[in-house]
Write a protein of this length. Structure first.
Length: 506
């Protein structure tokens, strides 16, 4: 029997929203594409009481509602692989029936010991569940590999991340731990590597000699929805910057790996984190901006401010917008500023990386006031995924007036190519044991270490101001102060990759 031809997939928190919206639809998509092992069982586990049939019915409805693949002909066959057991996550006694259920499924379906435990649970359980599993021997790999997938956030700050790391490594090896960051599962994030390292026209320019600055934006048009209670303990810095945006920045900045092996790629990502210039406490005010959306009107609809959202403290100083300026002190990037920003209730939902190239040393031609004299390479991660190159072209007519034009590629142009969801790709990689797109311990700790001065400074409003910004705008005007050059501002992206400008349709 091949070691990868059978599998039990255990989802803790199986009655939750993530399982319904993302995990089970992604697993069904893999099933349809014959990418799951032939001998496969999914065991849902949570506090809720379900029979196997009730769980199957609920997951069948979830697949139809949140389907990631058009083919629904195999749903009935897929749900026959689904099973359910209830347990209390913090009660060690209830893990014994869990182990018995796993062993029974192995016997019934002739499955070896290969097991993935997916923690789709509150972060407070990330240390408890693996400890309970280890106490009954479910971390033992003598009969097959055992892996744990952990959702973000990995810790609340540097101290708690170190504590969680120590707790996990007491019973589990580093290679058994898969810290998932769904941004890294996106096709266009992975394409950053291909764009850079497979094209001779880009890589020679990808350094301090030709790049003026790098800008990374992750914007959401929605507010905190029903997650006010969670967001109060997180904020934009912890929710987005510490994991998603710093990981994307590292991929954009990394050196070429020696191979495509997971270890080689992750080593280069770690080197970027280790090269981040520390932010001194006294520099936080000039290198970091935080904001919070206030009540406004969008398309004549009243939008509540963050402090009016359900579950939010009326005097909250939690940031819903964070912008950061930082440097990577190595040979390639010395002196090149990186700007990252993220926020809720911004004009549109968009995630992109923008490479701003240096202007020519002597510009001969006149330009309209709306045009920037530097070239830009825009790598759109979502939505309208693709790549946009902005460069100067002569305006037809007499003289040499130059206007900026776009040359773009959209993934949607690949009519016969399906773009898998991030979770689909990451779940598949975890089954194969490919850890390339998962963060490892050292990366997480370096990211927390880098942001610690900002976190400490933002603990109260007196040390760093909290700026308000009307819902539906691009955040606090003060964010422009991060970019020292008054001639340069943030890019204002639209939902459509090729449309950009302040007056995008919301």
């Amino acid at each position: 029997m091949n070691e990868n031809d059978s599998l039990i997939y255990v989802i803790f928190g199986a009655s939750g929203d993530l399982t319904k919206r993302k995990l089970v639809p992604a697993l069904y998509s893999l099933f349809v594409q014959k990418l799951l092992p032939e001998k496969f069982a999914l065991l849902g586990a949570s506090r809720s009481q379900f029979t196997d049939d009730e769980f199957r019915t609920a997951m069948k409805s979830a697949i139809l509602e949140f389907k990631e693949i058009d083919d629904t002909s195999e749903i009935e066959a897929f749900v026959q692989h689904l099973h359910y057991t209830s347990l209390k996550f913090d009660d060690g006694v209830t893990y014994v029936p869990l182990k018995e259920r796993i062993e029974k499924l192995r016997e019934q379906k002739n499955i070896n010991g290969n097991t993935i435990f997916y923690l789709s649970t509150p972060p407070s359980l990330y240390g408890i569940i693996p400890q309970q599993l280890a106490s009954i021997g479910l971390n033992n790999q003598t009969d097959g590999w055992k892996r744990i997938i952990i959702e973000k956030p990995f810790g609340y700050d540097l101290e708690s991340a170190i504590q969680l790391k120590d707790q996990l490594l007491c019973d589990w090896a580093e290679e058994q731990l898969f810290r998932i960051d769904h941004y890294l599962g996106k096709e266009t994030v992975q394409n950053l590597l291909v764009t850079r390292f497979s094209n001779g026209i880009f890589e020679p320019l990808w350094n301090r000699n030709y790049i003026h600055h790098v800008e990374i934006t992750s914007a959401e048009s929605i507010g905190v929805e029903q997650r006010g209670g969670y967001y109060e303990t997180s904020g934009a810095l912890r929710d987005m910057v510490q994991n998603h945006l710093l990981q994307v920045a590292a991929i954009a900045a990394m050196e070429s790996p020696s191979s495509l092996e997971p270890g080689a790629i992750r080593n280069e990502i770690l080197k970027v984190f280790q090269s981040l210039r520390p932010i001194r406490k006294e520099d936080v005010k000039t290198n970091a901006i935080r904001g919070q959306y206030v009540a406004s009107h969008i398309k004549n609809e009243p939008i509540p401010g963050y402090r009016e959202e359900e579950g939010v403290n009326p005097n909250s100083v939690t940031e819903t917008y964070a912008a950061l300026k930082f440097y990577i002190d190595n040979w390639r990037w010395g002196g090149v500023p990186f700007y990252i920003r993220t926020g809720k209730r911004l004009p549109t939902r968009v995630m992109e990386v923008v490479i701003h190239f240096k202007a020519t040393p002597h510009f001969l031609f006149s330009r309209g006031t709306q045009n920037n004299s530097s070239n830009q390479l825009v790598i759109r991660i979502q939505p309208d995924e693709g790549i946009l190159l902005k460069f100067g072209m002569k305006t037809p007519g007499a003289g040499f007036e130059v206007q900026t034009v776009n040359m773009d590629f959209h993934y949607s142009d690949l009519a016969h190519q399906r773009i898998p969801s991030a979770y689909e790709r990451l779940i598949y990689d975890s089954i194969k044991g490919d850890s390339t797109l998962f963060a490892r311990t050292e990366e997480v700790l370096e990211a927390w270490k880098f942001l610690s001065p900002v976190i400490d400074c933002w603990k109260n409003e007196h040390e760093a101001p909290l700026y308000g910004y009307p819902a539906g705008t691009w955040g606090p005007e003060n964010a422009d102060d991060l970019i020292g050059d008054k001639k340069i501002t943030w890019r204002y992206p639209c939902k459509n990759l090729s449309n950009d400008g302040i007056y995008c349709e919301l």
